[in-house]
Design a protein around this ligand. Structure first.
Ligand code: SAH
Ligand code: SF4
Length: 376
């Protein structure tokens, strides 16, 4: 290749990375674009259905579009959202993908099967995370960038069956619990929910979508008034400000009382139960007194029917926290129940493939190139 060709090709790649992804556009936005291209209105629905219903990943697949239109669209929009760098399957069926985006950023997506055949897909909303929780591998990385709505929904499409009816696509639930803080990338997160729910696309019920937040209180309150029916999960991880601030720096900005008030507003406005996530860290937040204190603060903030606690076994990272013993977790759950708080102990899934958020990327980058080739 000549120097000029190499420069042109590099320029082309850079321009390609700057273009919006085709999957970033809502139906209304596609309608505007196609009208500008002098196309009839039904074309927008056709293109949207190809992208979000039939899960096309390149323009050539859209066989019923005129070739000239496909070329015009290809010049304006990127169509492929992620290349699979690593694909790991755990003994329990949990499958974890490491995806490389157009600009080289890497993100993780996890598919978690249930015994009854349902599949939950756990999506990332950012490459890295700015919030730096002490126990979290993603927090250690810092924030590289926000993902676009198309990059978020395309993670779900990696696990979905194309060309199927919505109920036969194989993805029953989506949880925003991968890398990043969804409410720190608010606009793209909301847009991605609306794309997933669109009947011309996956047609997912918003009720089967859960957004997890570390407690960005103002954004939680904003979300309460969006008219969406998504479930909100709040990563609490501590019964008081002293412990919470020591493991989650964001607590100094939005302390526990403010987070709980925002959760109450979400529950009241949407009439949906809020889940509180609680990672069990040995010797930090897992004593019976912590459980009693947690029950007290939760019951003061919300009616018991509108709250639920999920106890999460900790997946150890390089940060040096220890997992709680099974006995401590059981005892913690018993104290919550005795104090009138509904609680579920989450099964630890995919432990053998480092399925906690941020872990695969960290481990893969540490591994040498031959290991990466073996994983891919
Ligand atoms: N940023 C959002 C969503 C992504 S993290 C949030 O914090 O809620 C999703 C969940 O995984 C959070 O509850 C988080 O605390 C938890 N988590 C992070 N690292 C973990 C680990 N090593 N083991 C178990 N859970 C972890
Ligand atoms: Fe970010 Fe959530 Fe990890 Fe905290 S737990 S660093 S908010 S991804």
């Amino acid at each position: 290749m000549t120097t000029l060709q190499a420069t042109l090709s590099e320029l082309h790649d850079r321009l390609a990375a700057d273009r919006p992804l085709a999957q970033d556009l809502t139906l209304a936005e596609l309608e505007v674009l196609l009208a500008e291209l002098g196309q009839p209105r039904y074309r927008a629905r056709q293109v949207f259905h190809w992208l979000h219903g039939r899960l096309a990943t390149c323009w050539e697949q859209m066989s019923d579009l005129p070739a000239a239109l496909r070329r015009e669209l290809a010049e304006r929009l990127g169509a492929v959202a992620g290349e699979v760098v690593a694909d790991q399957r755990a003994a329990d069926g949990t499958r974890k993908l490491l995806l490389r985006l157009r600009d080289g950023q890497q993100i993780e997506t996890v598919g978690i099967p249930a015994r009854d055949g349902r599949l939950t897909v756990c999506v990332s909303t950012q490459a890295g995370c700015a919030l730096g929780c002490g126990f979290c591998a993603t927090g250690e990385m810092g924030l590289a960038r926000n993902l676009s709505a198309g990059e978020i929904v395309s993670q779900v499409y990696q696990f979905a069956t194309p060309h199927a009816r919505p109920e036969e696509r194989g993805v029953s639930n989506v949880v925003y619990m991968g890398m990043g803080e969804p409410l720190h990338n608010y606009a793209a997160t909301l847009k991605s929910v609306r794309l997933l729910a669109d009947p011309l696309g996956m047609g997912m019920s918003e009720r089967r979508i859960t957004i997890s937040t570390s407690g960005l209180a103002p954004r939680m309150r904003q979300l309460a008034h969006e008219g969406l029916h998504v479930r909100l999960a709040v990563s609490l991880h501590a019964p008081n400000d002293a412990i919470r601030s020591s493991i989650m720096p964001i607590n100094r900005r939005y302390p526990l009382a403010e987070v709980l008030a925002a959760a109450r507003e979400y529950a009241a406005e949407t009439d949906r139960r809020v889940s509180f996530e609680y990672v069990m860290l040995g010797g930090v937040n897992d004593a019976p007194e912590h459980a009693a204190e947690l029950a007290r603060v939760l019951r003061t903030a919300l009616p018991p029917a509108l709250l639920h606690v999920n106890l999460i076994p900790y997946n150890p990272t390089a940060a040096g926290f220890a997992s709680s013993s099974a006995a401590s977790i059981r005892q913690f759950a018993d104290v919550l129940r005795a104090n009138g708080v509904r609680v579920t102990v989450r099964a630890s899934r995919g432990r053998d493939i480092a399925a906690a958020c941020g872990q695969l990327k960290t481990e893969t980058n540490r591994a040498n190139r031959s290991t990466i080739a073996a994983l891919g």
